[in-house]
Structures are given as C-alpha cells and as structure tokens.
Write a protein that binds this ligand. Structure first.
Ligand code: DOR
Ligand code: ZN
Length: 438
C-alpha cells in the first residue's frame, strides 16, 4: 500500500540496516548499514552496527538486501503552481515525486505568473516548505515574456539555481548573450528550451512520415539544432554554463558533442520518452504522446541511446508536464504539449540497465550526482555529511504502469499499461520517510 508523510524535521537518529548501498559518484557498492544523523548521512559501512548500538536509534529500517541509492534529482519539472492548479500544485506534484523516488525537483518558471520576480520565487519556496513532500528548487525566467531580461542577480540571491524560459525559447540573441554574461558571473547554468519558433511554425508533431500520414503541421528537427548551434556560438567567448533541456535530435547531439570536445561548458539532458519512444506513438492522433520537443525518428532515438552511453548526455530528466483531460482530450493540433513523468522516470530509466545498455552506476549517475552538479546541489550522493535524501529500491520487482494510480493531479502519459522493472519501496528526504509502498 502506498503511504505518504510530510517530512517531520531532522532531530531523529535513523539506521538503515542490511542494504545494498550504491553510490554512483564514488563507485561505492557494499552490503551494509547507513546511519542518518540530523538529516544528513552520518556514516555507512559493512557490519557497521551491533545489536546493542541499534538500540540507541529512534528508527531502524531493515532494507532486506534491497538497493539504497541517492534520491533522484529531477531538474525538469513543471509544478504548475502558482496559476494552473487544475493540473498540479506543489502538494500534488511533490507527492508524485515522492512516489517516483524523486527527492529534489527543479521547477520550471512557466507558471502563472511566471517565476520572474523574487515574490513569486518566495511564494513557491514558502509553500514547498509547508506542504512539499520533497525538496523544491527553482529555475527563474531569463526574460519577462520575451520583452526584457529579469533581474537575474536578485533572483539568484533569492535562491534560483539557474535560468531558463522553458516552455519557450529565448529567441532574442542579444538577451541570450547578456544572460550568459550574467550567469557566468553568478556561476549558474542558463538552460535553453531549444526551439527556433520561426522554424517550428506552429507545428504539433515531428515533421516527417507521421506528420504527412496524419496530415498535421510538423516541427522540423532543425528547429532544435539551429537554436543550439546559435547558443554555442554565443557562448564561445563567455565561459558560462549552457544546459540544453530535453534534447531530441541527432543533429543536436552532434553539436553538443563537438562543443564538449572543444572543452566548452555545455551539458544536456534527455527525457525517458525521447530515448524510449518515436513519432510512431502519436499514430492514431494519440494526444498522450504529444509533447515539445516532439517524439522523433528511430534514428534519433538510437542516437539518444548512443549519447547516453558515451556521456554526451549527462542527465535524464522527466519534463513532468501535467495537463488534465480538458487540455488533452482535444484534436491533435489543439491538445497541450507534455506528459507527466515523475512517477515513471525511475522504472523507465531502469530499462536501460535491465536491457544491458548502461551499467547501474552509470545510469544512476544520470539521475543523481550529474544533475546535482549542474544545479550546484550537495545532494545526489552517498557521502558522510550529505543530505540523507535516499531511495530504497526493489530493482527486480515488476510493475505495470497504471496512470489512474498516479498521485499527480494529471494522468497524461503514453506509458500506461507498460511493464517495467523496479519498484520504489521507500523515499527518504532529510532522513524522514516521506513515502512507502511496502
Ligand atoms: O511538452 C512540453 N510541455 N514541453 C515544454 O517545453 C513545456 C511543457 C509544459 O509546460 O507543458
Ligand atoms: Zn521545454
């Protein structure tokens, strides 16, 4: 049975015993115990605790040999709060995160109003502290509706971990250049939703075989790569950190790979849907598989897999984009872009491990320490002194995805009915169990 609790503070001593502890950053893998003290990892090791010592703990959790890993850090999440509460809010969105083994979300600023003022940022931080099951961090907007730049310095001081206009690109090259300059000074990433709007031109799915078959306007793959190429040219002299959100095309990956080879500070992420699905999924006018960037071709999908393997793609992020049925049960052209992802990111990503494409450590790095590095978080690793944000995972348990059981307010996913392997048994934030399914 699934159960959620809000985090209750950090004054308790908790012991996890008989766990297969895996830390992708250090390469640690042991069968042993882990101690949480004041919300942080106090110690871990093989045969760490005697029966006598265990008596001094407030809580002892027997992990029965299951995997104990750092909690997932999902750096691409739309919480829809403020302003679109019919789709999600901070309570339901973080509840969904907890169920998915996600202990930190980075919410995107395309809320209503957008996160382009310190006041809106403070509203989210305050509400997350009161009703959030997991840690909530925020990107703030780069521009105010594309008209002018936000006060990036004030927003950074107030806690923004990076900047993006996600949902929309920064079309104005001068703004993007200035954003890079500011971000280089602040030492935070500028994350781009790479889409040249003139090229995408109101399209709704990938331009190609499927858009012709369904006779709907397509989005050329060039809409993405042209923007990434422009940004990398702008970045060349500036020593800023450029992060490409949800990459989907072969050309984009090639451009990112070349920039990385030249030593530029460029990182990128991919969503599970872009490495598991193709445009075939929208056949039959399936709006559940409509998202932006759109699902592409098998060649692109295989390229995502190759780039995950060779490290060109640093991070897997969900792009959790909740839309309720009012916005999805529409003709393909009019339906909203986006799918929910917090409750499926882990089992879908584990397909890469179970099919032998990535080793366990390499896969988990893309969900934990790699995203942590991008946003400058000290979480995402099992290290003495790190926040005790953890997931207890049954790696081999089979789970059929049931969208009706999602904790999210929205159920828009093309993965309903899919058989996956890997079940979150317990999610821990700051040493507090926020979710169990035992
Ligand atoms: O599919 C998408 N949905 N892509 C985006 O860039 C925005 C997101 C949303 O906010 O719904
Ligand atoms: Zn986006």
């Amino acid at each position: 049975m699934k159960k959620w609790n809000l985090p209750a503070g950090s004054d308790r001593k908790v012991a996890f015993i008989d766990a297969r502890i895996v830390d992708p950053e250090s390469g640690l893998e042991i069968l042993g115990d882990l101690v949480v003290h004041e919300g942080r990892i106090g110690d871990f090791g093989e045969s760490l605790l005697s029966d006598v010592e265990l008596k001094s703990f407030d809580e002892v959790i027997n992990c029965a040999g299951h995997l104990l890993i750092p909690g997932i850090i999902d750096i691409h999440v739309h919480l829809r709060d403020p302003g679109q509460l019919q789709n999600e809010d901070i309570h339901s969105g973080t509840k969904s995160a907890a169920a998915g083994g996600v202990t930190t979300v980075v919410c995107q600023p395309n809320t209503d109003p957008p996160i382009d003022t310190v006041e809106t940022l403070a509203y989210i931080q305050d509400k997350a502290n009161k009703v959030g099951f997991v840690n909530v961090l925020c990107y703030a907007s780069i521009t105010r509706g594309g008209r002018d730049l936000t006060d990036m310095f004030a927003l950074h001081k107030a806690g923004a971990v990076g900047f993006t206009d996600d949902g929309l690109p920064v079309m104005n090259s001068l703004f993007m250049r200035q954003a890079f300059l500011n971000a280089a000074f602040l030492k935070v990433p500028v994350a781009q939703h790479a889409e040249d709007l003139n090229l995408s031109d109101g399209g709704c799915i990938n331009e190609g075989v499927m858009s012709h078959k369904l006779n709907v306007p397509g989005i050329t793959h060039l809409a993405e790569s042209v923007m990434v190429a422009r940004d990398i040219l702008l970045l060349e002299q500036l020593n800023a950190h450029y992060h490409v959100l949800h990459v989907s095309t072969k050309k984009t990956v090639e451009i990112v790979r070349a920039a990385k080879d030249r030593g530029m500070k460029v990182t990128c992420e991919v969503t599970p849907h872009h490495f598991l699905l193709t445009e075939e999924a929208v056949d039959g006018y399936n709006t559940a598989a409509k998202m932006n960037p759109p699902l592409r071709t098998e060649e692109d999908r295989l390229c995502m897999i190759g780039a995950l393997k060779d490290g060109t793609i640093d991070v897997i992020a969900s792009d959790h984009a909740p839309h309720n049925e009012v916005y999805k049960e529409l003709p393909l052209k009019e339906a909203a872009f986006g799918i929910v992802g917090l409750e499926t990111i882990l089992p879908l990503s584990l397909e890469l491990y179970h099919s032998g494409i990535l080793g366990l450590h390499s896969l988990l790095a893309k969900l934990t320490c790699n995203p942590a590095k991008i946003i400058g978080s000290e979480a995402g690793r099992i290290k003495v002194g790190s926040p005790a944000d953890l997931v207890l995972l049954d790696l081999d348990s089979e789970v059929r995805i049931n969208t009706k059981q999602f904790a999210s307010k929205s159920k828009n996913s093309p993965f309903g009915g899919r058989k996956t392997k890997g079940k979150v048994l317990r999610t821990i934030v700051g040493g507090n169990t926020v979710y169990t399914d035992i």
